[in-house]
Write a protein that binds this ligand. Structure first.
Ligand code: SAM
Length: 201
């Protein structure tokens, strides 16, 4: 199914790119994870009831809404570009109309990922090339602080990980590699998903 058809099925519109209006050396543009990658990932890696999913740099909301639709778990997306966040809110409204009544939360926040206050029950964190490794490290500090307050089974899901990200993760005292999912038909080494899990659960 094409991305456009998938969007249509969910009642949302998440295609295209959106650059920042001003120069932002640490913050990357909007570009969605393709549905093909989401399907490939979630056929091989499952989320379960009780999980709470957070997308850091959630754009127009594609990943969060897909996960909500597929696994019926609460999802949160944090997006820094105000106009992109506004489109995610519109998508949320259209999706909820299409999906019918559900008490499972779909929540989008406008703000910086590094300022987001991690809740003690959030346990699945998704990253797709949203920001520089410096910002990633700030988010990681927040996640580890949250883990120290509430020890739990946390997974970091990194799609298209930069070598700078994997360098930070290798040898991290609180995380170990859980799974590597290589995408088919590509010679690009970054076309993979790395899932790290907390060592103290
Ligand atoms: C590559 S897109 C990924 C979108 C979405 N996660 C997906 O996979 O479809 C990165 C998004 O992160 C946003 N972003 C960049 N820096 C951010 C930050 N510090 N905090 C929150 N969002 C940020 C961008 O505006 C953009 O929408």
């Amino acid at each position: 199914m094409t991305d456009a058809r998938f969007d249509e099925k969910l009642g949302i519109s998440t295609g295209g790119f959106k650059e920042w209006d001003s120069d932002q050396p640490h913050y990357h543009r909007y570009e969605p994870t393709s549905y093909e990658v989401l399907e490939y990932l979630f056929e091989r890696y499952k989320l379960k009831r009780g999980d709470k999913f957070v997308d850091f740099g959630s754009g127009k909301g594609r990943v969060a809404i897909y996960v909500h639709h597929r696994f019926k778990i609460p999802v949160v997306g944090i997006e820094a570009q105000a106009d992109v966040h506004a489109l995610a809110m519109l998508n949320r409204q259209c999706y909820r109309t299409r999906a019918g009544k559900t008490r499972v939360r779909v929540h989008f926040e406008h703000g910086l990922a590094e300022d987001y206050l991690i809740k003690p029950d959030e346990n699945r964190f998704y990253f797709f090339n949203s920001f520089s490794v410096d910002v990633f490290q700030e988010v990681l500090v927040n996640i580890t602080a949250s883990l120290e307050e509430a020890s739990r089974d946390v997974h970091l899901i990194l799609y298209y990980p930069m070598p700078s990200y994997t360098k930070v993760m290798s040898g991290h005292p609180l995380f170990e590699i859980h799974k590597e999912i290589k995408l088919p038909d590509t010679s690009d080494r970054k076309e993979r998903i790395l899932i790290y899990r907390s060592t103290e659960r």
